[in-house]
Design a protein around this ligand. Structure first.
Ligand code: ZN
Length: 309
């Protein structure tokens, strides 16, 4: 049976993690917490607020524990972080997060460059993280999402065979991922590929396939999101003003623009629970805290046009 396009979608903001780790400047902690509060006030109900990785590798996110502590004070907000290994996951569980995203790259070259592990070793790390989660006190057991990176191709390796993506997705679920998201880490996927891969991965792991994480390197993030939605995908990662890239994937540019995703879904009559005007207003915090950083997005520019009388 073909999947139906959802009438309501979850827009999951990853700017404070994926966006900031690639920013030219390090955003001060106070600006991060103000930004996260503004995003939540606009109606975003899930935010990836940082990552527990080595601070010398990603100094932009060294204050993640403090940022998590703030985010946990916001009622109703699902607080997510990225953690590539058990050491990071231990810190995430201790911090009290609701969700841990564990990156597993389908491209061997990207896996080694990004986390210093092969895809198979990343799957084993996910298994160890699941064991840690299951051993934690009942009130502090975060959900585990496997983020399947470079699922649509890789600037280091080139083509990533779809068979590899399907096989690794199945291995992630077998290792204990509650859900798996497909990431176009370098932004080189296209809508036909998105439809094909969503179908193939869903045929393998069913409802465990939850969302897509898209980048706009070739200007196709919205088209790819639409294609995924038509295939029944209901969760979309975005980054306010399209901040982001990947420091370990040459040529990757910004994330799907959160406010453009929201604008498109509202036009389609799909509920997001997000107030687009308040979301766009939150860009001012970025402009102030990251001077000189390029802010992307068509919805914000469109809203700023004078209305014809
Ligand atoms: Zn990304």
């Amino acid at each position: 049976m073909a999947a139906m396009p959802p009438v309501r979608v979850l827009i999951s903001e990853v700017g404070p993690r994926d966006g900031l780790q690639n920013a030219h400047a390090i955003m001060p902690t106070a600006a991060k917490t103000r930004w996260i509060s503004a995003l939540a006030a606009a109606g975003l109900s899930e935010i990836e607020v940082g990552s527990f990785v080595r601070a010398d590798r990603v100094p932009h996110l060294a204050d993640t524990a403090e940022v998590v502590a703030h985010a946990l004070t916001i009622p109703g907000l699902t607080v997510a972080v990225l953690a590539p290994n058990a050491r990071g996951a231990e810190r995430a569980i201790a911090a009290g997060v609701h969700k841990i995203t564990v990156p597993v790259s389908a491209s061997r070259a990207h896996a080694l460059a990004n986390v210093g592990m092969t895809p198979e070793q990343s799957v084993e790390a996910l298994r160890a993280i699941r064991a840690l989660r299951d051993a934690a006190p009942e009130r502090s057991r975060p959900a585990i999402e496997g983020g399947l990176s470079t699922a649509f191709g890789c600037t280091l390796q080139g083509v990533v065979p779809e068979d590899d993506v399907v096989r690794i997705a199945a291995a992630m679920v077998a290792a204990g991922a509650d859900e798996v998201g497909l990431s176009d880490t370098t932004g080189i996927g296209n809508p036909a590929q998105v439809k094909r891969l969503v179908r193939r991965v869903r045929a393998e792991i069913g409802h465990h396939l939850s969302g897509v994480h898209l980048h706009d390197t070739r200007g196709l993030a919205l088209a790819n999101a639409f294609a995924a939605w038509e295939e029944g995908i209901g969760t979309f990662d975005g980054s306010l003003a399209g901040l982001g890239g990947c420091p370990f994937a040459p040529g990757a540019s910004g994330n799907a623009v959160t406010e453009d995703l929201v604008s498109m879904f509202h036009d389609l009559g799909v509920e997001t629970g997000i107030d687009l005007d308040r979301l766009i207003a939150a860009r001012a915090i970025l402009a102030e805290a990251l001077p000189g950083e390029a802010l992307h997005g068509a919805a914000a520019k469109w809203r700023a046009q004078p209305v014809a009388a």
